[in-house]
Design a protein around this ligand. Structure first.
Ligand code: ADP
Length: 284
């Protein structure tokens, strides 16, 4: 395999987890975590008999605890594995459950790797049909080229960490694929493209591109505005030869409900925005 040729570590699958969907973005702030949470809930809504878990691999800025309205420290099993915290039927694990909410997470590279290793290896998921992973932002080719030039295993240089994080997350699973979230804006698309290229280089199938914040509909006059552009992500998906997985509108309800820890798929299941996430889950 290509990643072995680069001297990168090959990781074992996570026990009990059948399928992993990593949600990534080249850039921060484009709605990756919001998408990951609603995608997980959408997968559950579409397949009530299946089990879905959510792993927050964003070690530096964990947002799953707030988005899923979860707080507290995980219990430990007899074999010292962490029991995920569950809300809305979704077991979740996040660095946010292990550190003080107010404390800044400023860690050196090796500590980051060992923290991630814990989140990947020491969680008792039981059996899961899907594990949705909220990736750290920034899966660009800068990190890739750094890791190509410097062996990742045992490397403590902070700037190589983002890529090696992405790498160890991705290669920890048997069946996996990446969903890339972008806004239609050129600058976000550029980073999304880099993200897609990075996944290809490490042999991770790109399941497709989601266009977030595509259209804003005025709640008063219903006029629609394409604040960040209209169909950039769709065009990029065409150019890259990957699937276009759909549009998520820029909607006040999505933002407000996210801030309250009540994602729209759960809190407003009949809304068009919830429908958009369920469609996305069906396309993945
Ligand atoms: P990222 O994980 O990419 O950093 P977040 O998911 O944290 O991004 O989203 C960034 C901000 O944008 C949050 O305040 C979130 O509530 C808001 N947001 C994300 N997607 C939408 C959307 N479709 N409509 C409205 N607000 C959104």
């Amino acid at each position: 395999r290509q990643h072995m040729a680069r001297g990168l570590p090959k990781q074992k699958p996570i026990s009990g987890v059948k399928q992993v969907v990593v949600v990534a973005s080249g850039k921060g702030g484009v709605g990756k975590s919001t998408t990951a949470v609603n995608l997980a809930l959408g997968l559950m809504a579409n397949n009530p008999s299946k089990s879905v878990g959510l792993l927050d691999a964003d070690i530096h800025g964990p947002s799953i605890p707030k988005l899923m309205n979860l707080k507290g420290n995980p219990d430990l099993t007899e074999s010292n594995r962490m029991v995920p915290l569950t809300n809305y039927g979704i077991p979740c694990m996040s660095m946010g459950f292990l550190v003080d909410e107010e404390a800044p997470i400023v860690w050196r590279g090796l500590m980051v790797m060992s923290a991630l290793e814990k989140l990947l290896r020491q969680v008792d998921w039981g059996t899961l049909d899907y594990l949705v992973v909220d990736m750290p932002p920034g899966t660009g080719d800068v990190q890739l080229s750094i890791s190509q030039n410097i062996p990742v295993a045992g490397n403590s240089l902070t700037h190589s960490i983002t890529h090696s994080l992405a790498h160890s997350v991705i290669h920890s699973f048997t069946q996996h694929g990446a969903v890339i979230v972008s806004t239609p804006q050129d600058i976000a698309l550029l980073d999304a493209r880099r993200g897609a290229e990075m996944f290809r280089k490490v042999n991770v199938p790109v399941l497709g591109l989601v266009q977030n914040m595509s259209v804003f509909q005025c709640p008063n006059c219903q006029h629609q505005t394409h604040i960040f552009g209209s169909d950039g992500a769709r065009k990029l998906a065409d150019t890259l030869g990957v699937h276009f997985l759909g549009d998520i509108p820029l909607h006040l309800n999505i933002r407000e409900m996210s801030d309250r820890g009540q994602p729209v798929v759960i809190s407003s299941p009949d809304s068009p925005e919830a429908e958009a996430y369920r469609k996305l889950a069906a396309a993945v």
